[in-house]
Ligand binder design. Sequence first.
Ligand SMILES: Nc1ncnc2c1ncn2[C@@H]1O[C@H](COP(=O)(O)OP(=O)(O)O)[C@@H](O)[C@H]1O
Ligand SMILES: [Mg+2]
Length: 390
Amino acid sequence: MALRGGTVFKDKAKLSFDFVPETLLHRDAQLQRLQSLFRPLLDAGASSTAFLHGPVGTGKTHLSRRFATDLGRAAPEKGKAAEYVLVNCRQRMGDDSVLLAILKKFDERFPDRGFSIPEKLQTLRGQLERHKVHLIVILDEADALLKKSGPQLVYTFTRWGEEGGRSTVSLLLISQKADALDKLDAAARSTFRRGNEVDFPRYTRKELWDIARYRADLAFHPATVPDEVIDLVADLAAEDGDARRAIEILLYAGLAADDENAGEVGAEHVRGAKGEVHPTHVEDRLKGLDVTRKLVLLAVARKARKKTYVTTGEAEEAYAIACEEFGEKKRGHTQFWKYLKELDALGLIEAKLSGEGVVGKTTMISLPEVPAKPLAQLIETSLRPRSAAK
Ligand SMILES: Nc1ncnc2c1ncn2[C@@H]1O[C@H](COP(=O)(O)OP(=O)(O)O)[C@@H](O)[C@H]1O
Ligand SMILES: [Mg+2]
């Protein structure tokens, strides 16, 4: 039994967006499919392509990470070397920026500016030849890239070997839309024959139950999450067959249980958590933020727990405290302001000028989507993953 009053979490990080589980339950068929599509790579060093599609939270991103990681580990046994890079095209603006992310895998200090796309491609070829490694490029949310930049980059990768040089590249495209590749021209599409498709259907309630149980056992102390609670989580997540929802509900329910010092997670915590889990997937969006931006957002979230609108002054005050707390250098007012505007542009906060009632004009900040409390908790967790994992 858990100690009453102690935290229910054994390892909260096991519920985080970043954690890729060892196995993805009920995804054997998809995994085997990928393995057979990429067999030529291990057998003969030949390139492959695959197109993964299905609704949000069906395990596309994590299964491809799992698959590519395991492939990279298995490759040396066959005398090969393979590495992967995953780029979320929704967080990247077009070909140039996607390529930059790929290059940074091999050279973190590759400059953000100053190189054209052909130069970047040339550099990538050089790097792959130097490292003697087969690169698996995973373009996640690929439809965003196709929409923004057209099919050129996908085309380039599918024809990589024909352009000369000794390096080889495989391509894995992921999209929620089954028709995402319709935007490709015939030449590129021909490499994505129907046989390369891997379909990710929504999880059934029973599958979600197994997934929730599995993740809960990883993240919580024994006997703190009874099966009845998993029943409820599965019910709620089954509304859209989304595993991420199940996991987020577990996380928030656990946070709520800890808040009350309940010592175990109950149905009521889950019901409360359901309201707090927002479909835009908070963790996903936090991921793109660096420490400073997280601290700015944390400041707003902390202040917003008590009131709907927060002034810039209040936020900056809370920011100064948060910087001290997390041992980060505090940025000046101008910088702080710039970060607020950025967060606003990302839709994480909403900043607007106040009308009457306040002396002078001041900016009023609110949280348009995400409730303040879980947001603050999530940021705190992400800023100190070590101690939070205890
Ligand atoms: N079969 C599964 N077993 C365990 N965890 C899973 C499974 N499928 C998805 N998850 C988890 O659910 C979350 C969403 O999965 P993800 O791969 O991001 O979905 P998608 O990319 O399809 O939106 C991740 O945290 C992932 O680890
Ligand atoms: Mg995904």
